[in-house]
Write a protein that binds this ligand. Structure first.
Ligand SMILES: [Zn+2]
Length: 425
């Protein structure tokens, strides 16, 4: 806790004083920049934890002055002074993983690019020898600018840098004028409340990847057990080197991730083309704060995809000037948007026994999400049990307004069901 609120300059000075910096074996500029970057990550992580803590405080007490007292302590990084608050921070501020062992940050005035006689672009950065630059060939024709992050991965150097959002081509594209609700999916990235599907290739991409991973993991497990159980050292080493490496595996993973990101971002752009306000489920709360989903490939992919969708909705909205509104999504995928009663889900259909209609499940969910935007009773923080109660009351009220179904009406309702189903096919 003594480290909270420490600035990178203080850490830097203490490392310089006690000689820690001599162990790094890189130029001063490089480790200082990397340290600054790591400290900024820690601060970002801490601030993110505070969001969860504030939510917990709201649930904990309705007393305004007590809320304010806790918020103030939190804001000033003085949560240790309150036992309840310390406990909350301990749960929400998860220990991060350090990934800085393979990367370094290079300041904008420390690097430059040049083009050789064959038109290839090279990046020059400071190396270990003073005044001698390390030259890296790039596979792009666009020179990176600003502060760079160089990551060594699979025998290659990845160069990450920030592009100012206003300079991006898509930022110039105006957003639409309407209010649109969206439902995130697995087969399609998004379905909107007008009944349009966006990012239709997502399902296929994920299925292919999931099948590939299952098969690959099975083969690797088999090879690993051979390597572990054989008495032939040379053979074991050969298997580990040639069949259990990570270079190809990581490259394939990176390629798949890039494809999924493109599909999802394109889908979000298509929604924002028509929307001034996008209403969506708060995807960050449904999976944040949980660790690895274990070995289940499908669930891990689904969790990661949700994260990308949340990121895309936020980024694209900010860039193109549309508003992103998060709503409570409890029961939006199970309730009929017309009468509010809970329907029966089968595959991508939702059957409302009350109305006798079969809806396309994700379109129905997107419409429910849209309705939550102006819902007078159900807010983002309404507990889901209360949501169910409210919906039941509404469904009951809706039912009493309907004419009492008698035997002569039944066939009509049934035939409506079958026509809705047929018209969709
Ligand atoms: Zn209904």
């Amino acid at each position: 806790m003594a480290g909270v609120g420490l600035r990178d300059r203080q850490v830097r000075d203490s490392w310089l004083a006690d000689g820690t910096h001599e162990r790094f074996g890189v130029l001063a500029n490089a480790w200082k920049e990397t340290l600054r970057d790591a400290m900024a990550d820690i601060a970002a992580c801490r601030e993110a934890a505070k969001v969860g803590v504030k939510r917990a405080i709201r649930r904990h007490t309705a007393d305004q002055s007590e809320q304010k007292r806790l918020y103030t302590l939190l804001k000033a990084d003085r949560w240790v002074e309150d036992r309840y608050l310390s406990r909350l921070m301990r749960t929400h501020w998860r220990r991060g993983k350090n990934r800085t062992h393979n990367q370094i940050v290079v300041r904008s005035d420390q690097h430059h690019t040049m083009i050789d006689s064959r038109g290839r672009l090279w990046l020059a950065v400071p190396g270990l020898v003073r005044r001698q630059l390390v030259k890296i060939p790039l596979n792009t024709t666009v020179a990176p600018t600003g502060t760079l992050r160089l990551i060594l991965r699979g025998g290659r150097v990845e160069i990450h840098y920030q592009i100012d959002a206003v300079d991006m081509k898509t930022s110039a594209r105006p957003c639409g004028a309407r209010v649109v609700g969206v439902d995130k999916g697995y087969t399609e990235a998004l379905t909107d409340s007008d009944g349009n599907h966006h990012g239709a290739r997502l399902g296929a991409l994920l299925t292919v990847e999931s099948d590939r991973l299952k098969e690959r993991n099975r083969r690797r497990a088999k090879l690993r057990s051979i390597a572990n159980n054989t008495t032939n050292r040379a053979k074991a080493d050969r298997i580990r080197r040639n069949n259990l490496g990570t270079v190809k595996r990581d490259r394939q993973a990176a390629r798949h991730q890039a494809q999924v990101r493109t599909e999802i971002f394109t889908a979000v752009h298509r929604v924002v083309d028509t929307a001034a306000t996008v209403v969506a489920e708060d995807l960050t709360t449904t999976f944040a704060g949980r660790g690895s989903r274990g070995r289940n490939v499908n669930r891990r992919l689904a969790g990661w995809t949700k994260g990308v969708t949340a990121e895309a909705l936020k980024n694209v909205s900010e860039r193109r000037g549309s508003a992103l509104v998060h709503v409570n999504a409890a029961y939006t995928s199970q309730a009929c948007h017309r009468c509010g009663s809970l329907g029966r889900r089968s595959g991508d259909r939702l059957h409302c026994t009350q109305c006798g209609v079969v809806w396309q499940a994700d379109v129905n969910a997107a419409i429910n999400v849209l309705h939550r935007h102006r819902d007078p009773d159900i807010t983002l923080h309404t507990p889901h049990r209360r949501v169910k109660q409210i919906m039941q009351e509404r469904a009951d009220r809706h039912r009493t307004r309907l004419p009492v179904p008698d035997s002569s009406r039944r066939p009509a309702a049934e035939s409506e069901t079958s026509t809705m189903l047929n018209s969709e096919q």
